[in-house]
Design a protein around this ligand. Structure first.
Ligand SMILES: NC(=O)c1ccc[n+]([C@@H]2O[C@H](COP(=O)([O-])OP(=O)(O)OC[C@H]3O[C@@H](n4cnc5c(N)ncnc54)[C@H](OP(=O)(O)O)[C@@H]3O)[C@@H](O)[C@H]2O)c1
Length: 247
């Protein structure tokens, strides 16, 4: 993918991986429209970096359609959607708030990307060269005990993306999946300081290199491969034990 000439829309780029990627793609020459719920942050990022911005809550189907209309009115040449927005909340099935947390996770991490893709697919198919890039996780393949709905939501994204790629083959829309390992962001409390997670810049540098490769589809940085291929390598139980040391 030539990342110097595209027009990206990234809902979920007010912080973390989305923002770091948006900055790289803009620096490479592409136009980047960023989205999120934190409007003050969107305004600040527009001022500091010159991004176009849109307020979007991907958990709200009306907001998704309103944002889609705003983005396409201002940037009818959008050719790449990155469904970055996501949340990761610890859950315990024994706890009274389990169901609310699980539902929230599924709404944001599963229905959010599905609704975004439904909102943009017709537009993207009408472009000469377009892409949908989803964001799953190494945890889609090797679960960590505290996050059952999160692990499940990312497993959904992985298989949904593979299937979407089949449906859109022969169309102008490439379908890619970024599969992050643990990366130092504010996704969960304290995570930005986890020394065993990848530094954000290191991760995004590798992603940007892989995105530019020939026929990129699943974007796998080196650090995620042990989780991604644990089952295929016959190392699933060892990997689950390694990332759940307290069990
Ligand atoms: N960091 C990791 O270790 C890791 C590993 C695997 C996968 N991932 C995935 O990478 C993606 C980005 O996460 P991150 O680590 O960069 O965390 P982050 O810094 O917390 O970023 C999450 C982004 O999603 C947006 N977002 C969350 N809920 C939203 C909603 N309802 N509507 C619109 N935007 C929403 C947030 O924006 P607002 O708050 O402004 O709405 C923010 O821009 C997520 O899908 C996450 O699951 C991360």
């Amino acid at each position: 993918m030539d990342i110097s000439t595209r027009v990206f829309f990234i809902p979920g780029a007010t912080s973390g991986i989305g923002l770091a990627l948006a900055l790289r793609l803009k620096a490479a020459g592409s136009t980047v429209i960023i989205g999120g719920r934190r409007t003050a942050l969107l305004d600040q990022l527009a001022d500091e970096h010159g991004f176009s911005t849109v307020r979007i809550d991907t958990a709200d189907p009306v907001s998704v359609l309103t944002a889609r209309d705003q983005v396409l009115a201002q940037h009818p040449e959008v050719d790449t959607l990155i469904t970055m927005a996501g949340i990761m909340a610890a859950e315990d099935v024994h706890s009274a708030d389990f169901l609310a947390t699980a539902e929230n996770t599924v709404i944001t991490n599963v229905l959010g990307p599905v609704r975004l893709i439904a909102a943009f697919v017709e537009h993207l198919q009408a472009q000469e060269d377009a892409a949908i890039i989803t964001v799953s996780s190494g945890l889609a393949h090797t679960p960590v005990a505290a996050f059952p709905s999160y692990n499940g939501s990312k497993a959904f994204i992985h298989r949904f993306t593979e299937t979407l790629r089949l449906q859109l083959s022969g169309s102008p829309v490439q379908v890619l999946e970024i599969v992050p390992p643990g990366v130092r962001t504010d996704l969960t409390p304290g995570q930005a300081d986890f020394e065993h997670f990848l530094p954000l810049d290191t991760f995004v540098d590798e992603v940007v290199t892989l995105l530019q490769g020939q026929n990129a589809s699943e974007i796998l940085v080196e650090a995620v491969k042990p989780m991604r291929f644990a089952e295929a390598n016959g190392e699933y139980h060892e990997m689950v034990a390694a990332i759940n040391p307290a069990l």
